[in-house]
Design a protein around this ligand. Sequence first.
Ligand code: AMP
Length: 179
Amino acid sequence: MHIVFLGPPGAGKGTQADIISKKFNIKKISTGDILRSEMESETELGKIAKGYMEKGELVPDDIMIKIIQNYIRDLDRFILDGFPRTLNQALELEKIIKIDKVIYLNVPDEEIKNRLLKRGRLDDKPEVIENRIRVYREQTKPLIDYYKSKGILYEVDGIGNVEEITKRIEEILSLPHST
Ligand code: AMP
């Protein structure tokens, strides 16, 4: 099963992907986590990514696609958290592998801002948050319609407690898919 978690920053993708990953023993691949770990280790990639991440901009597609190619190679089950984030990334992903289900965690803007301000990560400063939401709206949101048109988009209400939302996701994952 190849799953993508889609949604605005602060929607709870990482939290839910972690829970589902453990419960079903499916590997979770978070591009944000990968980039943060590269940054901490001060690798070449980390240094490049830092400049974009600090501003709330997206790391260029060619870099991200290379990363994802490396990580999903040889995996027959995975959850992608934070990838794809652009239409180009989605198209490139499709060339590598078939995605079965896209879980779209829907959380309104106002709620997102509050959650991110509380979280306090390095890129959770107010001005960076605004930019990340703008980048999401302009570059990532179009993926909702894209995956809808492919018939693999499943929308989940992202408001509620963690357990409730996990249950909603589990219901979707138990539905049959086309492979
Ligand atoms: P996240 O932890 O998913 O919120 O990602 C944190 C930051 O990492 C983003 O704001 C981007 O700068 C960068 N990033 C993560 N995933 C991607 C991606 N698929 N494409 C481009 N940039 C990404």
